[in-house]
Every structure is written in C-alpha cells, then in structure tokens.
Design a protein. Structure first.
Length: 148
C-alpha cells in the first residue's frame, strides 16, 4: 500500500454523510464521483483504503482527479473536496434585470406602423430607452430564445 502525501481519513459522521449523498439521485455526476473517490480512499474503510490505481479502475476517473480530490480534502475538509469551484470565463454582459426588460419589451405592443417586434427594432429601442448601452439584434434573439 503506497503512502500518499494527502491522506483521506473520514470520521464516521463524514462517511455516513457521503454514503447518504451517494444514495440520493439528485446530485450532480461530478459531486457523486468526488464522494465515491473519498469513500474508496478512506483509511478507515472496513476493507482498507484503495490505491489511486484501483479507484481509477473502479470509477473510471483519471488518477489526477483522484489526487486533486485527496489534496482538497486534506487541505480544506469535506466541503472543499465535494464542492466545485466557480469556473473562469467571460462574465455575462447583461444582468437579470436587463434580460427581464428585454423580454418585457418584446411582449409589449409593437411600435406604430409595425404588426410585431423585429429583433432589430427591439435592439434599437433598448438602446433608445437606455436599458443597455449597446446590443446587437442577434444577442436580443439569443436572450429571447432562452426565455419561453
């Protein structure tokens, strides 16, 4: 049995919490995989802790993932190992209030001389009303498509 730099030693309460979490069917697949990794890597496990290679073969996750989960548990505890950090990426350009205003405008009466709103008309009106600084008609379409 190799000695790992980051050991996983679960208390009985933590083990019970993880087992309960694994039995529920409402958690994300990533969180479920993390919980299973911790249960299998636990030094207090009745059958003894599994090696990273054995866990890799049983769960089908990469050995690097197993190492990262061990490290997160050892340094930050159970919550840190289970929860996913926010991912980087471009922040949303329009907040929820602006999106609601776009939808509300699209549901309102169209301007005089038009039977319905076009995406270009909506984009122009949103800028006129100072709801947004700048928006393309394509973005208006994407926002409206996400709302039924």
């Amino acid at each position: 049995m190799p000695a790992y730099k980051y050991q996983v030693v679960l208390s009985p309460a933590q083990r019970k919490q993880l087992q309960t979490l694994c039995r529920r069917g409402t958690i994300s697949a990533r969180k479920l995989a993390r919980a299973r990794i911790l249960l299998l890597a636990d030094q207090n496990r009745p059958q003894g802790a599994m090696t990273d290679k054995e866990i890799h073969e049983v769960l089908g996750v990469s050995q690097m993932t197993i190492i990262r989960i061990r490290k997160k548990f050892a340094t930050g505890g159970l919550a840190a190992a289970l929860e996913e950090l926010s991912r980087c990426g471009r922040p949303l350009k329009f907040n929820g209030y602006q999106r609601a205003q776009i939808t509300a405008l699209a549901c309102s009466e169209p301007p005089e001389g038009h039977s319905q709103w076009s995406l270009r008309l909506l984009a122009d009106r949103l800028v006129e009303l100072d709801i947004v600084d700048d928006i393309s008609y394509e973005t208006v379409g994407v926002i409206l498509k996400k709302t039924d």
